[in-house]
Design a protein around this ligand. Structure first.
Ligand code: 13P
Length: 252
């Protein structure tokens, strides 16, 4: 089956105006190498760069997303520091990351995440919804319980359409550590999540990604898990060379 595989670059708090070069290189590579058909590439740079990057790269080969959205469900108003869903949509972004563990640590609780998802849906931004357990939860055997709670407490079954939502499983103990879960562990997690999503949301083929220390090397092992439809990549997405190589190795 030729399903779409996602490669999403989460630049976090990195990059400057020169970093457009990295995206341009990725763009040129895929323009020249049309064999890689069944992939979707999304860059999520910091918001200060997004509009200008989008203006320079207007191509269906590369899509853009933001790393955050205001939970306030209006387009404009007296909310210092907030960026509304409409403003983000106006930057040219089509996706938004919500529920990342790094944001959960700072200021995103379940209710905030739910509110942000509503704003994203209203503004026709597709959602990259992140879930993940920490090391102590994993060691206590609580991973699936934690993940299910994160899903149930933020995804309203009457509102969510899984055509507009991607689930990114990012074990916190794997982010930026170089440690990647074994395939056995991942089979168990994704298999259970798929069953759970069918039971609770009646979705047959949810798009589920993996994130956490993805590299040009381990992508070859991770691709064995067919329930994984792509990757949310941090560090290795900052340079075009490693980002392109991850994609090449996936399809090799
Ligand atoms: P790293 O790839 O740097 O581990 O980051 C993963 C991540 O948090 C992507 O959202």
């Amino acid at each position: 089956m030729n399903k779409t595989i996602y490669f999403i670059a989460n630049w976090k708090m990195n990059g400057n105006h020169n970093s457009i070069k990295e995206i341009e290189r990725v763009f040129i590579f895929f323009k020249k190498n049309v064999i890689y058909k069944f992939k979707k590439i999304i860059f999520c740079p910091p918001i200060n760069l997004l509009s200008s990057f989008r203006a320079k790269i207007k191509s269906r080969l590369i899509d853009f997303g933001t790393q955050d959205i205001s939970k306030i469900n209006i387009n404009n108003g007296p909310y210092t520091g907030q960026l509304s869903g409409k403003m983000l949509k106006d930057t040219g972004a089509n996706y938004v990351i919500i529920g990342h563990s790094e944001k959960r640590l700072i200021d995103e609780d379940f209710k905030t995440i739910k509110d942000k998802i509503n704003v994203a849906l209203k503004n026709k931004l597709k959602i990259i919804f992140c879930i993940g357990e920490n090391l102590s939860q994993k060691n206590k055997g609580l991973s699936l319980k934690v993940l299910k709670k994160q899903i149930l407490s933020s995804l309203d079954k009457n509102k969510i359409n899984f055509n507009n939502l991607i689930i990114a499983y990012e074990p916190i103990w794997s982010i930026g550590t170089g440690v990647v879960p074994s395939n056995n562990y991942l089979y168990k997690i994704y298999g259970n999540l798929k069953k759970f999503l069918k039971e609770k949301y009646n979705v047959n083929s949810p798009v589920m990604l993996y994130g956490g220390s993805v590299t040009t090397y381990n992508v070859v092992t991770l691709r064995e898990i067919s329930l994984i439809s792509g990757f949310l990549i941090g560090g290795a997405s900052l340079k075009s060379a490693s980002f392109i190589k991850i994609i090449k190795n996936y399809f090799k």
